[in-house]
Design a protein around this ligand. Structure first.
Ligand code: AMP
Ligand code: ZN
Length: 488
């Protein structure tokens, strides 16, 4: 299948032509959430970014297998397997079973992503559902000589690995710098090398989540789950591996090492990393407490917020930035995005109110379409796509205002164009009428009452209807075809 897609590959640090392994199929793995607390808006940004990528690949005609895991075991507080188990700690705090924690936050995660109109992945595997695959992979890594066991815990041998492979291939950091930034081993340590990380961890007596394995009753390290699950569902090598930028240095670096040590191949050809959502310049994160919950943003119920915004306006806000740029969160930026989003939705609604004429005048949709594809083909550049769409908004408004014309064929093309780019690719739809899906009927009732008032020369009532509608953002326009309405 032909495509013109170019994407930025973290591993080569440049944009590359996208050539999937199988010509008409794409395998994509994205690291999913650790479900021990509510997802914050930063997490959502990453998943919305990959939703855009998924949608565009589907639009191009690829059969995409999109695997996004749920981390429900093995994630300790420190990325380098130190500290408490996140699930056990939260379970103690909330007096729940660890699996109740997992269930609660998995449901919450799905609910939020549904509000953001993200498509579900093709497969959503869990770490706890793939313990045997992880054990098999660890066995293979030991057999290949890249891991060792100490007192029931298995470590990946980074020193051995670097003799043959490049451990910093993803980040391009210097190995000495990495070593200098890593804590020196103390007498208590079981690891041989400072950079070694755990593949299997022997459970302490109080640890609840535990499984039998050849080395001990214990639990898997965080990094091995993604290697085992991507290998199972996408093969030893697949097309795209993604996640937030914060995962590249440790989690993805270790995933590459595990796959090389097990299968002698790097798992993914293209590594894609989304940039962070920041608040006043600082990364939004669960641990630093500056994380907005999506619900707080929808209701406006947060000290830093002046008002609430609809999920689609927030999605639009995210897509107005390129996925590799940081996006800073502020009331002003959200307000501006909300206005832009309403303008876009309003133009789409106007398409159903335009009466076609004999000829189309004054614009070339094909040129705009070309620019839109060029934007998306250039590493999924949604801000440029949105700028092009505002050109279309200007055209629609000018037709509606009678300043230019469009014929039936042109109108149908325009509708299909907006459906492709706004609804299917950007995943945006008008959620302002949520709960009032009979808005058109409702407006007809009001317009009929106003018309009767006018006929009865009761202009006080007809003017009042117009003014009160205008104050809630609905504009009436009298034309030869009757009274039309639209949102301002
Ligand atoms: P976690 O649940 O912490 O494992 O994170 C889930 C996903 O969200 C990962 O791909 C992270 O890289 C990503 N992520 C975490 N914080 C942010 C942020 N502030 N902005 C964008 N993505 C983030
Ligand atoms: Zn992962």
């Amino acid at each position: 299948m032909e495509n013109n897609l170019v994407l930025y590959n973290t591993i080569s640090r440049k944009k590359e032509k996208f050539n999937p392994i199988h010509p008409s199929m794409v395998g994509m793995y994205v690291c999913g959430p650790t479900v021990y607390s509510d997802v914050h808006l930063g997490n959502c940004r990453t998943f919305v970014s990959f939703d855009l990528i998924f949608r565009y690949l589907l639009h191009l005609g690829y059969k995409v297998r999109y695997v996004r895991n749920i981390t429900d075991a093995g994630h300790l507080e420190g990325d380098r397997d130190e500290g408490d188990d996140k699930f056990a700690k939260k379970a103690k705090l909330e007096q729940l079973e660890p699996m109740e924690i997992v269930q609660k936050y998995t449901i919450g995660f799905h609910d939020v992503l549904r509000l953001f109109n993200t498509l579900p992945p093709s497969i959503e595997p869990t770490a706890t559902g793939h313990i045997s695959e992880q054990i098999e992979m660890i066995k293979q890594i030991i057999d290949n000589g890249y891991a060792y066991e100490v007192n029931g815990t298995v470590y990946f041998d980074v020193e051995k690995y670097v003799q043959k492979y490049d451990y910093t291939v993803l980040t391009n950091r210097k190995l000495e710098d990495l070593l200098n930034n890593t804590r020196e081993l103390g007498g208590q340590d079981e690891k041989r090398g400072r950079l070694d990380f755990a593949l299997w961890i022997k459970a302490k007596p109080e640890h609840i989540m535990r499984w039998p394995a050849p080395w001990s009753t214990g639990f898997p390290g965080w990094h091995i789950e993604c290697s085992a699950m991507s290998n199972k569902y996408l093969g030893a090598q697949f097309d795209i591996h993604g996640g937030g930028m914060d995962l590249a240095a440790t989690h993805h670096t270790n995933e590459i090492a595990q796959s090389e040590a097990c299968n002698h191949t790097s798992p993914a050809r293209y590594w894609m990393h989304t940039n962070m959502l920041t608040v006043n310049g600082a990364r939004m994160s669960k641990s630093s407490g500056n994380g907005f919950l999506p619900q707080e943003l929808f209701t406006g119920n947060h000290p830093l917020l002046e008002r609430g915004y609809s999920p689609m306006a927030v999605r639009f806000f995210m897509l107005q930035a390129h996925y590799r740029s940081t996006l800073d969160f502020s009331n002003e930026a959200l307000d501006a995005a909300d206005k832009g989003f309403k303008r876009l939705m309003n133009a789409i609604a106007l398409l159903n109110k335009i009466t076609p004429s004999k000829a189309t005048s004054g614009f070339n949709l094909e040129d705009i379409r070309k620019n839109c594809y060029a934007a998306m083909d250039d590493d999924f550049n949604s801000p440029i796509l949105i700028a092009e769409l505002f050109e279309v908004v200007r055209i629609i408004n000018s037709i509606y205002d009678g300043k230019s014309t469009i014929n039936q064929k042109g109108l149908d093309e325009l509708k299909a164009f907006m459906k492709d780019f706004v609804e299917d690719i950007l995943g945006l739809n008008d959620d302002s009428n949520a709960g009032t899906d009979n808005m058109d009927e409702l407006m007809n009732v009001i317009i009929n009452i106003r018309n009767s008032a006018k006929q009865n020369k009761d202009f006080a009532t007809s003017d009042r209807i117009r003014e009160e509608l205008s104050s809630i953002g609905i504009q009436l326009k009298d034309s030869k075809d009757g009274t039309l309405w639209n949102k301002i």
